[in-house]
Design a protein around this ligand. Sequence first.
Ligand SMILES: [Fe+2]
Length: 386
Amino acid sequence: MGIPNRNFSYPTALKFGAGRIRELADHCKANGMERPLFVTDPGLAAMPMVERILADVKRAGLAVEIFSDVRPNPVEDNISAGVTAYKAGRHDGVIAFGGGSGLDIGKMIALMHGQTISVFDLEDIGDWWTRADASKISPIIAVPTTAGTGSEVGRAGVVTHPVTHEKKIIFHPAIMPKVAILDPELTVGLPPKLTAATGMDALAHCLEAYCAPFYHPLSAGIALEGMRLAKENLPRAVKKGGDLDARGNMLVASAMGATAFQRGLGAIHALSHPFGGLYDAHHGLLNGIIMPYVVKANRRKIEKEIERVAAYLGIKGGFDGFLKWVLAFRKEVGIPHRLSDIGIDAKRLDEVAAMSIKDPTAGGNPISFSEKQYKTLAKKCVVGDL
Ligand SMILES: [Fe+2]
């Protein structure tokens, strides 16, 4: 086998460090924004932290307004409402602020406000993204307040389809944020449960990217170190929310996970997307629960990779040792063992399996599972049959 042709791309500028949110207005100006729309979820919008940030940005002379009609698993209506607000305020850029939903909807508003097509026409399939008028896409500054999705360094957003409940990945290269501010002070207020769930998403991104069967050594290296950062820092961040070192390292691990997963994801996400869409459950929590079942199901194809991961992470016992570690780590940060523990039943497994096999992330799984195999795997996750 010769060396393949590949495109490697890491273009977002990351501004990392405690207190760096104070540079927000400068980055807006540097990217041509005078009237940014600040997009976030209603929970964050009510926090004093957001009030302070908006006051700072206004003081710097920018006509910023806030839009916060965003739900946890964002739907098309959230985008339409945001586009209306964007146009009404004659905005010239977006500050996408929050966890996955705030970041993704912010990116979708920047993408869609000037288009005449539906957001679902821009699903991440083939070259569908070329259907968008790229000249009408606004600049985005992304500010994560959770450490997990890594959407601040990605060229995609996830939107739930209103009819099928499928989580659609919407892609355009121009929605890669110009700047992402990684400020651990913004994540210290995140409760332990959400810290754990979002952190497991970051870990899942690194793990699936590392195991995806594609040639991308840059991603592989980033994924490996991302896993080490998650292993050493997530329990600390969960137990002591104010630990800025742990919080900072988790923000970096999160950005690394999403940087790495341009190599591919896999069956953890192919399963968590339908469960999330059908049951409105938290994405990271689902990934944390599903992770060991998928690791085990992929064993025959990923044993070598996992042995390498275990060695790098200082975990003894190769593949078995790693699987044991995943279970212990999950328990330590308070993630349950079964999907039934979070109220998910086994009634919709046919739908889950049909959606899993169609999910774009399924293509990155080291084994091409059949629909039947996805159903078996989904059932194991529900009842806890590892
Ligand atoms: Fe994810």
